[in-house]
Design a protein around this ligand. Structure first.
Ligand code: SF4
Length: 488
């Protein structure tokens, strides 16, 4: 039974976009900055990906035109999202698939749990999917007695390490090879005793471990990079071939997709297939592109379910200044060029969407109040905007979200800053009040030494924690002016 989501409709309580119990960004970032191993791992990995991306992007003389085309296609799709989603549902259904609509994480998880239960399976193999992290699907399946097995190498490392992904594309970017070998030896169960930390040995251990899961799985679970409305075709791009296994071997395939991933036509997909691999892995094309349309008798999964997820997206769409965040194709180019991300890593963002786009997307999906520190987790240098293949103006979105945060805060309880500004406005409105204020300010001279005030009393103490304040002069400018005029 499907439940359509109507655009603009307020969403039910949202899912787990912000990780429960996660510290706010400033606290988590300070902790991450103290971890020199983490900074080394991140610095090396992001520098490598940046160089690869720059090389393949530099090969295309029409890169800027491709970016403009991608941006225009996304803007058009968002403007008519309701039509394209209904067309997608019609086409998937006509080709033997079943479409489900989920307003939030709770609804999406319930749908997937019920679908897996209906097959009698207690295990499912998964293709790497951030949207299933967003809704906490693995945890929901585990609570229902169903084991979700991550099959992407990096996701497997994260899962075996009881860890959290820290990068959109390279979830285990914070781990080095020695750490991965230790995790495999400790957690995998069937890792060879003499396992070394060479990439070939680690990959072979994972390959053999996963092969058994692929061959016995009845249910596969995936996200989707794109869905083409005109034919109902779903598309997953990946590098390892594990996705192809999950998408073709099980009897039942369940795909969870954010509603913003739909594209109108195959012609549009052509643009994104040039933009995405170059921006994400720094490749001209990705090694595996899997596409499927409904169900094909005798070939591949015989049951196909598509779960279309809102979870805050229609609320983001209703914000004309912020909706371009939904254009994101999750390439992660903005993470790799961000000086903040490179130093603190993904965990500091406390969200499944880290980095510059996470600092925008997470507050938009969960409400600014739930991720209030993230719009400030940026130097606004603009490197993310330059790198983004669909030209999302992330710095402007961050400023927009900061303004929303300030406005929402002011509506609840005036902040110290707002109180100070209101007081300043009252004082500056009349010369007499300013004179009285200046006289009162001279009392500050009592707190100073050597012309500086090193510690102000509360509530002004915050100002002097990182800076000195000059001692107010004995004579104000007005007094000086008056005495000068009198002397004439
Ligand atoms: S915001 Fe742009 S650069 Fe960042 S992940 Fe999304 S598409 Fe890629």
């Amino acid at each position: 039974m499907s439940t359509p989501v109507y655009l603009g409709m307020p969403t039910a309580p949202r899912g787990v976009g912000h990780l429960r119990g996660a510290d706010p960004f400033p606290v988590a970032a300070r902790r991450a900055l103290a971890d020199s191993q983490l900074r080394r791992n991140l610095g090396r990995a992001t520098a490598t990906i940046r160089a690869k991306r720059a090389a393949v992007v530099g090969e295309l003389p029409d890169w800027e035109e491709l970016r403009a085309a991608g941006s225009a296609t996304k803007a058009n799709t968002m403007a008519h999202l309701d039509q394209y989603l209904e067309q997608l549902e019609e086409q998937v259904t006509a080709r033997g698939g079943v479409v489900h609509w989920a307003r939030d994480a709770v609804e999406a998880n319930r749908i997937v749990v019920d679908l897996v239960r209906a097959t009698g399976a207690t295990e499912a193999v998964k293709v790497k999917s951030i949207v299933t992290d967003e809704i906490g699907l693995n945890e929901a399946l585990a609570a229902a007695g169903i084991r979700a097995r991550e099959t992407d190498l990096a996701e497997l490392i994260v899962q075996l390490g009881h860890d959290r992904p820290s990068h959109i594309l390279v979830p285990a970017i914070h781990r080095n090879r020695a750490e991965i070998r230790d995790i495999f030896l400790r957690e995998m169960g069937d890792a060879p005793a003499g396992l070394t930390d060479s990439p070939a040995a680690l990959t072979e251990a994972a390959r053999l471990h996963l092969r058994r899961a692929f061959l016995s799985a009845k249910v596969g679970i995936s996200g989707a990079n794109f869905a083409i409305a005109e034919t109902g075709t779903l598309c997953v791009v990946e590098s390892e071939g594990n996705g192809r296994m999950c998408l073709t071997l099980p009897d039942t395939l369940i795909t969870v997709m954010g509603i913003e991933k739909v594209l109108p036509s195959w012609a549009d997909l052509g643009v994104f297939m040039q933009l995405l691999p170059r921006s994400s892995t720094g490749e001209r094309m990705n090694p595996y592109t899997s596409m499927w349309t409904g169900v094909t008798p005798g070939d591949g999964p015989q049951q196909f379910h598509l779960v279309l997820l809102d979870n805050g997206r229609t609320a983001a769409l209703a914000d004309p200044a912020g909706r371009s965040a939904l254009h994101c194709i999750r390439c992660s180019a903005c993470l790799n060029v961000c000086p903040v991300y490179e130093r603190v890593g993904g965990h500091a963002y406390g969200s499944v969407y880290p980095g510059p786009i996470g600092a925008v997307l997470s507050p938009m999906l969960t409400g600014v109040g739930d991720n209030a520190s993230l719009p400030y987790a940026s130097s606004l240098c603009g490197a993310c905007y330059e790198a983004c293949p669909v030209k999302i103006d992330i710095p402007s979105l961050l400023v927009h979200l900061r303004a929303r945060h300030v406005e929402e805060d002011a509506a609840r309880l005036p902040s110290p800053e707002a109180v100070t500004m209101a007081a300043a406005s009252w004082v500056l409105a009349k010369p007499g009040r300013l004179r009285a204020g200046q006289r009162a300010g001279r009392l500050g001279r009592l707190l100073g030494r050597d012309g500086r005030i090193r510690r102000l009393p509360p509530p002004l103490a915050g100002w002097t924690t990182a800076r000195d304040a000059p001692v107010p002069p004995a004579q104000t400018f007005r007094d000086w002016w008056r005495s000068r005029e009198g002397a004439r």
